[in-house]
Design a protein around this ligand. Structure first.
Ligand SMILES: Cc1cc2nc3c(=O)[nH]c(=O)nc-3n(C[C@H](O)[C@H](O)[C@H](O)COP(=O)(O)OP(=O)(O)OC[C@H]3O[C@@H](n4cnc5c(N)ncnc54)[C@H](O)[C@@H]3O)c2cc1C
Length: 92
């Protein structure tokens, strides 16, 4: 069997959703998510409420950690991982 290897650049709404969806479509794929910032999943829409003081604890905006992603979806997620170049021919 040919195992698909998939790399997703960026987490949050688009990247994290794509990772979850890909896992549902293919339970054997090797999925890696690389996120430049320190968090793979957080509530962007909650930021104004945090700044305005309605949501005081910053942690309440953080949704999923790399550990959650591995346990729930078997997606290897790395934070502080900036993708600088993609070589599609070499698959690197
Ligand atoms: C203050 C605020 C309030 C909002 N309120 C709402 C709302 O009420 N309703 C609504 O529908 N939408 C809202 N949005 C918009 C919604 O959050 C965005 O549509 C959503 O964040 C877009 O998600 P995304 O994953 O496409 O992009 P982003 O959230 O920009 O995520 C892209 C990720 O990719 C990472 N990345 C980029 N380049 C690289 C690289 N080279 N290597 C590795 N990682 C990389 C970035 O670090 C980032 O984490 C709001 C947004 C903000 C900022």
């Amino acid at each position: 069997m040919n195992t698909k290897k998939i790399v997703i650049v960026g987490g949050v709404a688009g990247g994290a959703t794509a990772a979850g969806r890909l896992r549902r479509l293919d339970e054997n794929a090797e999925i890696t998510l690389l996120e430049a910032s320190g968090h793979i999943s957080f509530a962007n829409c909650g930021l104004p409420y945090h700044i305005g003081g309605d949501i005081q604890e910053r942690e309440k905006l953080l949704l999923r950690t790399p550990e959650d992603f591995w346990k729930r979806y078997r997606v290897r997620a790395e934070v502080n991982a900036v993708v600088e170049e993609v070589d599609s021919k070499q698959k690197k």
